[in-house]
Design a protein around this ligand. Sequence first.
Ligand SMILES: C[S@@+](CC[C@H](N)C(=O)[O-])C[C@H]1O[C@@H](n2cnc3c(N)ncnc32)[C@H](O)[C@@H]1O
Length: 207
Amino acid sequence: MVTQPGYDALAGLYFETFPTPYLTSLERYVVAAFADLVRESPVEGVVLDVGCGLGQVTADLAGQGLDVIGVDPSREMLAIAKRHHPELRFVQDDARLDATDLGGRRVAAVLARYSLIHVPPSEVPDVLAGWASRMDPGTFVAVAGQTTDTVGEIAEFDHLVAPAWRWHPDRLSAALSDAGFDEMWRTVSRTDAQHRFPDVHLVARRR
Ligand SMILES: C[S@@+](CC[C@H](N)C(=O)[O-])C[C@H]1O[C@@H](n2cnc3c(N)ncnc32)[C@H](O)[C@@H]1O
């Protein structure tokens, strides 16, 4: 499992800085639309909030009726998540999910919000393949992160906490497709006072 010393060190400050995970209404609506998709589909299984951080979105998904587990490599981020949401299940693990015991259950959906950005691009195909191996046809993935307008580009950027990469939406979509997930829809929002880079939210379905 990878460690996240940057997030461990800054977890308390992170909580003070981001008391809510949604910086815009669109971000909240996108997660709600994803939750609707999962809830209204016949797929069985648990929802994984991969890189759940403080667990705020995990709690939001649970509040929307999903059976969700938060997964994150940062012990300190998880400590805050557990303190605020003792009723929810959190697991210390990274996006590869090697240490996540699902008790034989399948995965109905994965949400990776601003967490896959921290996985070195050369490792992303393996990570996505690992998700696909735990998921049946018709299940869902949502990935959100900073993006770039340069077609095909994956650009490392100066994230304040940990190494991170911005993927062009088409490149992200192609990586998901290679792993067995077909894009359903995406939103791209432009830069604003709170976003230095454009942002992508991309939802795909397991084929
Ligand atoms: C920007 S925070 C996002 C937290 C949460 N998903 C949200 O939307 O509020 C990024 C999180 O990704 C986690 N992370 C970093 N590297 C990771 C990895 N390899 N696998 C899974 N999560 C990772 C960090 O520990 C951190 O909690």
